[in-house]
Design a protein around this ligand. Structure first.
Ligand SMILES: *Cc1c(COP(=O)(O)O)cnc(C)c1O
Length: 349
């Protein structure tokens, strides 16, 4: 039996991932630096991401769901996995059987967890109005007798350093941290780390920055982590005046050589990159021509001088620079990464 070859490759540069984590760990000062690896490590493969970061010294991993914690499989004893959605009634048996700890988010979750005597984290909402206890609930005595490890809150506008909600949330959380004894307190996601030492508390929880997205928290630029390439299914020579793809949205004005590759919106290559995305052959930019369809996209390789290298490998590198691709597609960097589908061969190097 032969395994079918992959249609597309998602190359994950684990050295770049680790370098980015070290940038955040350094910028976090004395605070522990964790890593958000929910949504399958932002699409790149949670287990491989966890292995690389744990080897680099990361001891705190964050997932959203219990099935994400379970899918990680065994980790070293000194690595803590926390589940950001907490433990609802249906999840209690799994949560109690797991080594992962819940980040409890409602008063009912706290009340249900307390009798177990087991260690947990708690999320308090200081202004995002998403998950967490209200400050009043957190101060009501509800947390008395809870084996509380880390008290968390989460910033709404960390990627906008000038937004007044940042300082309001920092101040609200500082007040809570002074009044609620926990082993640690944690507020900052990637953007929050860059807001300064006042946001770091005892632990930080960067996510997107580890994967190369968003601004760096200091002067060291973040490294690109994810690279895409797709198998060339057909090379096609098109005469001037022909149209390309569904809807005939592009008309050639010159003799055009296309590489039609096995990458489409079902792979998370956004349809909004129709006539906007590009492939890269060495320094030559090869624009996407016509609509991106479900399983295919066409790139203009007319100007590629040395086609030999491309054809020999059979794969075309697709430009997946996060900031530029986000701008061109109208998607966020988070959406681009987490939208990468199940059809890639994920290759770690
Ligand atoms: C996803 C998440 C993070 C990581 O956020 P980034 O913006 O990706 O750095 C941190 N904390 C919580 C509670 C989250 O849900």
């Amino acid at each position: 039996m032969h395994a079918p070859p992959p249609n597309a490759r998602l190359t994950v540069d684990t050295a770049a991932l680790v370098a980015n984590w070290r940038v955040f760990a350094r910028a976090s000062g004395a605070a522990d630096c964790g890593a958000a690896i929910k949504a399958d490590g932002y699409g790149l493969g949670a287990r491989a991401v966890a292995d690389a970061l744990v080897a680099a010294g990361c001891r705190e991993l964050f997932v959203a769901h219990w099935h994400e914690a379970a899918a990680l499989g065994p980790l070293p004893d000194n690595v803590r996995v926390a589940v950001l959605h907490g433990a609802g009634p249906a999840e209690m048996p799994m949560a109690l059987a797991s080594r992962a700890v819940p980040v409890l988010v409602t008063a009912a979750q706290v009340a249900a967890w307390k009798p177990s005597g087991r260690c947990c984290d708690v999320m308090v909402d200081t202004g995002i109005n998403r998950l967490g206890l209200s400050p009043a609930q957190a101060l009501s005595g509800l947390l008395d007798g809870l084996a509380l490890d880390t008290l968390h809150s989460h910033l709404a506008c960390a990627e906008s350093p000038g937004h007044p909600l940042n300082e309001a949330q920092r101040r609200a959380f500082s007040d809570l941290a002074a009044r609620i004894p926990a082993r640690r307190h944690a507020l900052a996601n990637s953007g929050g780390v860059g807001l300064g030492a006042g946001y770091h508390f005892g632990m930080t929880r960067p996510g997107i920055g580890l994967y190369g997205g968003g601004p760096a928290p200091g002067d060291t630029p973040l490294a690109a982590v994810a690279g895409l390439s797709a198998r060339i299914v057909q090379l096609r020579d098109v005469a001037p005046g022909q149209t390309i793809g569904y809807g005939a949205t592009f008309t050639t004005t010159r003799p055009t050589r296309l590489a039609v590759v096995a990458l489409g919106y079902a792979d998370g290559y956004p349809r909004s990159l129709s006539n906007r995305g590009a492939a890269l052959v060495g320094a030559t930019r090869c624009p996407a021509l016509g609509r991106v369809s479900m399983d295919l996209a066409a790139f203009d390789i007319t100007d590629v001088a040395d086609l030999g290298a491309v054809v020999e490998d059979g794969f075309l590198d697709v430009d997946f620079d996060l900031a530029a691709t986000a701008a061109a597609s109208g998607r966020t960097e988070y959406e681009l990464l987490t939208g990468l589908g199940a059809r890639y061969a994920r290759i770690y190097r």
